[in-house]
Each structure stands twice: as structure tokens, then as C-alpha cells.
Design a protein around this ligand. Structure first.
Ligand code: NOJ
Length: 496
């Protein structure tokens, strides 16, 4: 009989005994996450500048499903002490939040550093540290100063310097207390999403703007990394990365294997290969397909701008760990030219593929959110084997619901199943450093407004003090953190 390892057996069957004895390693960190525009509110207090989200939603409220915006959101600008208290209640080791660029630098440039912005983030960081919670800070979570958008935003290569100036100020002000930095959240959304009219500033330029942005975010990240490396790491010994959103893609049939790999390279590779691969630069297969497409369409220059040799070396290796935002899985199917879909966010139109769901997967909220926790473990393996990256931090994972109930069994189950897959991946030998649940609380979910919730805590958006109340998923997460395992006794533990 052929020998089947425990790991392979557990990968296929996952009986409860595979997990009962698995515990999270002592240095594994648990966290929760939020982002400035989604929670802070106070969009115009003191000298705060306008962000692209402020500006576009004030002029075009119909861009969100409930015509809402982040003007007040969870009011964390005023209620940050309660946010810290919730993190303490959960027992997390880290709290991931983002700095609002226009709150810290009202003009977008370093000529004015807001005293109020400085005070706000100092209070938050100090408040967390007092409670023994590590601040994990994202520099950019999509709220670009409108002043910089007016100058071309992420399509203008000068943004590499603008972002570097901003990053340097943040390191200077907070680097003595922040040792985990995340540069640009989900660059795929910053470029492919924003240039496809799905995120602010809701541009429509998937042929050129999307790819100019793609190159500029990679360069901006690399510059921010190099500055930290040279000027701040010797002082503070921190770590940096760029959180990538990953959908796990699988072929619908064995015949679709090649296009499924290609779509992974289109999504994940375009934002990872330049940093994490041994050779650097764009994923060669994607560079080739896009060059051919562009030529056929009559462009004289590649639509995906090339990297010079110096630029390849500049970007390559600019990471200390892989930061992964993971939510869902899709199946990929090869199509005849012109029949691809849905496009272009997924990149299907460039590759002649469609993305579909496995009928066996349940879905959350909308059809695109298929629940397939095994995809996370496969993805961790893919990152590990494709790039040889040792350490992976899960910077986001969570489930959207339309229901606002405190009894959120589906979210609890989703988090549980994903944590199980992480335990199995750790058992396979992959160093998953930690897990960050999205989100600490319900918040402004971009174009879905407040109709969709991700919170471990529910937020009453009708109450002036935005009352926060723990859900069952919060109780579950607390007990996992306390026992550092997923056991059948989970529900017996009391929560504060
Ligand atoms: C990823 C983003 O970083 C976050 O802002 C968003 O709310 C979640 N995904 C859920 O869509």
C-alpha cells in the first residue's frame, strides 16, 4: 500500500482529530484590522485635507449602493479609546489600522504636517502599546489626497516621490513605536479596481491608466521600503511589506490548468513577481500576452510599461515577509476570443478566460464571494513554492453579511474554517506568522456603503455614539486566542 502522509490525509479529509492536537505556535500573532476612511469619520476636522473618497462621494453619492459615505463612519476619530478597549476584550496581539495621508499631510505634500493628525495617530499608537497591543500600520489604504489626484494620481510617475516623502514623515514620527509597516494596501484594487470605475476616483482607463498605475505602485512601494531599510531599520529594526489581495484561482477542468495559472499571474503575479521572484520584473508570460494584445490593437509602446534593469533591481527583494489579504476562490475557464467574462477587473478580457463558481461552494452576499477555505491553504503553498518566501502574515480575512445579527454563525464558521486551514498549513511547514481578522467592527464597505458588514463587533450607525456590540464571532475569536487552538470546547469559554 502506498504511504499517505498525515499532512496529505488531513489535506484531503480534515477529520476533527487532525486539528484537535494542533496549536498555534507561541510566536503566532492574532490581530484585527480597520482602515482610516472606513472607520475614522471626521472627514474635515481641523486642517484635514480632502481625499479622493471625500471628493467623489460628495459630488456623486450614487456611487455607493446606499448613497452613504465615510463622513462619520464609525467615528473612530473620536471613539478610538473604545476601539482599543475592543481589541483588549478580544485579547489580540496586534491591531492593523491605516494612516490617512490627507489627515497627516493636508496638502498631500510634506510642506505642512498636521499637528492634529500627528496627535491623533500618536494617541492611538500609544494607547495600543499601553495595553500591550502591537500597532501594525498601513501607510496607504486608498484615501489619496485629492490634490495629488488632480495631478494625475497613481498614473503620474512623480507619485513615487510623493509617496516616499509621505512614508518618510510617517517613519520619522511613529517609527520609534511602530515596527510593522504595510506600504500600499491591495495595489490590484488601487489600479485595476480604481481604473475600472469600482473604487475612487472611479476612473475608466483599463488599457493604459491601469498599467501605468501598476508600475508606479511597485516603484513607490520599493522606494518606501528602501528608505526604511537605509535610514530607519538601523534605528528601529522594523519589518515591511505590501499587502496583496489574492483570489485563489483553480482550473474548472484539467484542460483549463494553463489559463488558470495565467490568471494567477495576471492578478497575483503582476503585483508580486517584481518584488518576490528571484528574477524580478513582470511575470514573463503576462508581459508577453499584454505586449501581443497591445500590438494587435495598434499601440506602439507596451501598455504594461517595461522596467529598466535598474528598476528591476530596485524593486526586487523589497520585502521582509509576504502580506496576504485572502477572501475567496474562483474557477477559471478558457473561452473563445471575445467570450470572456466577467471583465475587465479580473483580467479575463486580456486572457480570454471566464471566472465561475463551483456549484458545491456556498456563496456570501454576492456570487463573487465563494466560500472555499481550502483555497487559503493552497494559496499559502503557492506563495511558498512560487517565490520561496519563508514568512507569510495574513493581513486580512473575513466574511461579508447583509444580516446585522449578533448571532453570526456563518462568519464564525468562515473564520474557524480559515484558521483550521492555517493550522494545517503551519503543520505542512509553512511559516504563517499571524492572522488578522477583517474587521474589528462593521464599517464603511466602499461602494456597498453600510449595507454589507464584516465586523466581529456590530456598530449601530443610527446611534450618535456609534455603539459597538460583540457578535458571536468575537466570542469565538476570543476563545481561539485564549486557548491558541480550535477545539470542541470553544463555546464553553466565557467572554468579558
Ligand atoms: C479588502 C480591503 O482592504 C478592505 O478595505 C475591505 O473592506 C475588505 N477587503 C472587504 O471587502
Amino acid at each position: 500500500m502506498q504511504f499517505i502522509s498525515v499532512a496529505v490525509f488531513c489535506l484531503v479529509f480534515i477529520p476533527s482529530w487532525c486539528l484537535e492536537n494542533l496549536v498555534f505556535p507561541p510566536d503566532f500573532k492574532f490581530g484585527v484590522a480597520t482602515a482610516a476612511y472606513q472607520v475614522e469619520g471626521a472627514w474635515n476636522v481641523n486642517d484635514k485635507g480632502e481625499s479622493v473618497w471625500d471628493s467623489v462621494l460628495h459630488s456623486q453619492p450614487s456611487l455607493t449602493m446606499d448613497r452613504s459615505n465615510g463622513d462619520v463612519a464609525c467615528d473612530s476619530y473620536h471613539l478610538w479609546r473604545r476601539d482599543i478597549e475592543m481589541a483588549v476584550e478580544l485579547g489580540v496581539n496586534m491591531y492593523r489600522f491605516s494612516i490617512s495621508w490627507p489627515r497627516l499631510l493636508p496638502t498631500g505634500f510634506p510642506n505642512i504636517i498636521s499637528e492634529d493628525g500627528k496627535r491623533y495617530y500618536n494617541d492611538l499608537i500609544d494607547g495600543l502599546l499601553e495595553k500591550g497591543i502591537e500597532p501594525v500600520v498601513t501607510l496607504y489604504h486608498w484615501d489619496l489626497p485629492q490634490s495629488l489626484q488632480d495631478l494625475g494620481g497613481w498614473a503620474n510617475p512623480l507619485i513615487i516621490e510623493w509617496f516616499a516623502d509621505y512614508a518618510k514623515i510617517a517613519y520619522t514620527l511613529f517609527g520609534d513605536r511602530v515596527s510593522t509597516w504595510l506600504t500600499i494596501n491591495e495595489p490590484l484594487v488601487v489600479c485595476d479596481g480604481a481604473y475600472n470605475k469600482m473604487w475612487a476616483p472611479f476612473l475608466d482607463d483599463m488599457k493604459i491608466g491601469r498599467y501605468l498605475c501598476n508600475k508606479n505602485v511597485m516603484m513607490a512601494h520599493a522606494k518606501a521600503y528602501r528608505i526604511y531599510d537605509e535610514e530607519f531599520r538601523p534605528l528601529y529594526h522594523g519589518k515591511l511589506s505590501m499587502p496583496n489581495i489574492f483570489f485563489w484561482f483553480e482550473p474548472e477542468t484539467p484542460a483549463d490548468a494553463e489559463v488558470s495559472d495565467l490568471l494567477l499571474q495576471m492578478w497575483e503575479g503582476r503585483y508580486s513577481h517584481p518584488i518576490y521572484s528571484k528574477t524580478g520584473g513582470w511575470p514573463p508570460e503576462i508581459e508577453k500576452v499584454l505586449a501581443e494584445n497591445g500590438k494587435r490593437e495598434g499601440y506602439r509602446q507596451p501598455r504594461l510599461p517595461t522596467f529598466t534593469k535598474e528598476e528591476i533591481d530596485f524593486v526586487k527583494g523589497t520585502y521582509d515577509f509576504y502580506a496576504l489579504n485572502h477572501y475567496t476562490t474562483r474557477l477559471v475557464r478558457k473561452e473563445k476570443p471575445g467570450q470572456a467574462g466577467p471583465w475587465p477587473f479580473y483580467g479575463c478580457e486580456e486572457l480570454d478566460v471566464s471566472v465561475v463558481n463551483d456549484p458545491l461552494w456556498t456563496t456570501a452576499v454576492t456570487d463573487w464571494f465563494a466560500i472555499n477555505p481550502e483555497g487559503l491553504r493552497k494559496q499559502l503553498h503557492w506563495i511558498n513554492s512560487t517565490y520561496g518566501v519563508k514568512d507569510i502574515l495574513i493581513t486580512e480575512n473575513g466574511l461579508p453579511t447583509v444580516e446585522k445579527d449578533l448571532n453570526d454563525f456563518t462568519r464564525l464558521t468562515y473564520i474557524k474554517s480559515n484558521l483550521e486551514q492555517i493550522l494545517l498549513a503551519i503543520d505542512d511547514g509553512i511559516n504563517v506568522m499571524g492572522y488578522t481578522a477583517w474587521s474589528l467592527m462593521d464599517n464603511f464597505e466602499w461602494s456597498s456603503g453600510y449595507l454589507v458588514s464584516y465586523g466581529l463587533y456590530s456598530v449601530d450607525f443610527t446611534s450618535p455614539n456609534r455603539t459597538r456590540t460583540p457578535r458571536d464571532s468575537a466570542r469565538f475569536y476570543y476563545s481561539v486566542i485564549r486557548t491558541r487552538s480550535i477545539t470542541s470546547r470553544q463555546n464553553e469559554l466565557n467572554y468579558v
